[in-house]
Design a binder for this molecule. Structure first.
Ligand code: FES
Length: 150
């Protein structure tokens, strides 16, 4: 991302410090993650300490300082989904994608994360892929589900 693009995003929010989260989300939307060099530029332009920006970038689940894949899979490991076998879904995804939770596949197709309750407990075990909920998952359903996402 060019410096001018960073400036354009910041200008859209009139450079207000209170809009820093929205600014980071916009950058993340374009870059798919928050590269350190860009965060440093934002810190410099907005005169906000890098430590503050870094804390925000690592605190919110929607933001990431690591490259993310085209599709984000969040497997629910909240109590209800855990009881219904959420861990088995994680195991199967880790095996099929050859990554661990928190990682991105080499081809940058998928990033696998775990979350705590997405509010669809009766459908458990549940995974959210690109914001859409997939419920009553079993290990057998995973291969065909992954095929839906090119
Ligand atoms: S525990 Fe998984 S949706 Fe609530």
């Amino acid at each position: 991302m060019e410096s001018s693009e960073i400036n354009t995003i910041i200008d859209q929010y009139n450079g207000k410090e209170s809009a820093i989260l929205a600014i980071l989300q916009d950058i993340q939307g374009k870059e798919k993650y928050l590269p350190k060099e860009i965060l440093e530029q934002v810190a410099q332009i907005m005169q906000i300490p890098m430590t503050h920006i870094f804390r925000l970038a690592t605190f919110y689940n929607a933001l990431s300082i690591k490259p993310r894949g085209k599709h984000k899979i969040d497997v629910c490991l909240g109590t209800a989904c855990h009881v219904r076998g959420g861990n088995k879904i994680v195991d199967k995804l880790e095996r099929d994608l050859s990554i661990s939770v928190g990682e991105t596949t080499k081809d940058k197709r998928f990033t696998l994360e775990s979350v705590r309750c997405v509010g669809c407990c009766s459908l458990g075990p549940v995974a959210v892929i690109d914001g859409n909920v997939y419920g009553r998952l079993t290990q057998d359903k995973i291969p065909s589900l992954l095929k839906e996402f090119k």
